[in-house]
Design a protein. Structure first.
Length: 297
């Protein structure tokens, strides 16, 4: 990567080819210049450069798909961020983020950090990282939303939450662990946990709020129920198919047979009569191909 010298003028490209903004490195007054200060390794900054400050403006929340799993069972942990209501009128979007994920009891549940995903972020290898693992924690996870489009006050993480990352978690032993998020640590040159670009192009707003950034996972002694779905097909007149579906339901859970006509697209839909806690369901259709599954909640 080429190192910029102080007082040089550069342009940071964005999606579509036009520049995001001009950067005067020594000034470090625009969002782009501040982003360069934080995220470009080896960038030279003039001594005494001021870094913008602000009250905490981004609320971080966390959600588990299933807060209770059995031994060997899986769930997915999601981390979201959104600008607080008072700052939304002047916020263009969340520009960059930098956090740690903590798991104080890895002997109860383990996160598969090797498969951590950041579905909404830019994932540019020069300005992002899935972090590093220390004990049960993942430290120094960071990324940007430079390619947010359109650029407006309703951009990424302003009027609706944006998912920062997700990770699959497996139950290892009976017990409880509390996942939590805090400002990022361990990455040289990174200081701010959140930068929010403003609509007037002024200094970025900084800082995250983590009061809601935790989630409790309970691992029970019961192994996860894995129903095996069996099908029986009867071809009727007029090209109609009658499919009888049977399975052993998981006691104490809601069992629903779902279908869709493609494995790679479309939404799963429940068959009529849900939930199917009796362990059986029937589907009548005229489609040439259909896929089925059992959802256990």
């Amino acid at each position: 990567m080429r190192i910029l010298q102080p007082n040089t003028l550069e342009s940071l490209p964005r999606a579509g080819g036009e520049p995001l903004c001009d950067i005067r490195v020594a000034a470090v007054k625009s969002v782009c210049a501040f982003w360069f200060r934080l995220l470009v390794t080896g960038l030279l900054i003039s001594p005494g450069t001021a870094i913008p400050t602000s009250a905490q403006v981004v609320s971080v929340t966390m959600q588990l798909d299933n807060p209770t799993i059995g031994l060997g069972g899986f769930t997915t942990l999601h981390v979201y961020a959104q600008v607080v209501p008072a700052q939304r009128p002047i916020s263009e979007r969340i520009f960059s983020w930098y956090v740690d994920l903590l798991n104080p009891t890895p002997g109860v549940a383990q996160a598969n950090y090797a498969q951590l995903q950041k579905p909404a972020s830019d994932n540019n290898p020069q300005t992002s990282s899935a972090g590093t693992t220390q004990a049960g924690n993942q430290l120094g996870i960071y990324d940007t939303f430079i390619n947010d489009s359109p650029i407006s006050k309703s951009g990424t993480g302003v009027n609706t939450p944006v998912e920062l990352f997700r990770v699959t978690v497996q139950g290892i032993a009976p017990g409880q662990t509390t996942f939590s998020v805090r400002p990022g640590t361990g990455v040289s040159g990174l200081d701010a946990d959140f930068l929010v670009a403003t609509t007037n192009g002024g200094d970025p707003l900084l800082g995250g709020i983590y009061a809601a950034g935790s989630a409790v996972l309970q691992v029970s002694t019961t192994a996860p129920c894995q129903p095996l779905l069996s099908t029986s097909l009867i071809l009727l007149s007029g090209g109609t198919n009658r499919v009888a579906l049977t399975f052993a339901p998981c006691p104490g859970h809601t069992n629903t047979v779902e279908f869709r006509d493609s494995l790679t697209s479309g939404n799963w839909q429940a068959l009529p009569g849900a939930p199917h806690n009796t362990g059986s369901a029937v589907d009548t259709n005229k489609v040439p191909l259909r896929f089925y599954r059992v959802r256990v909640n």
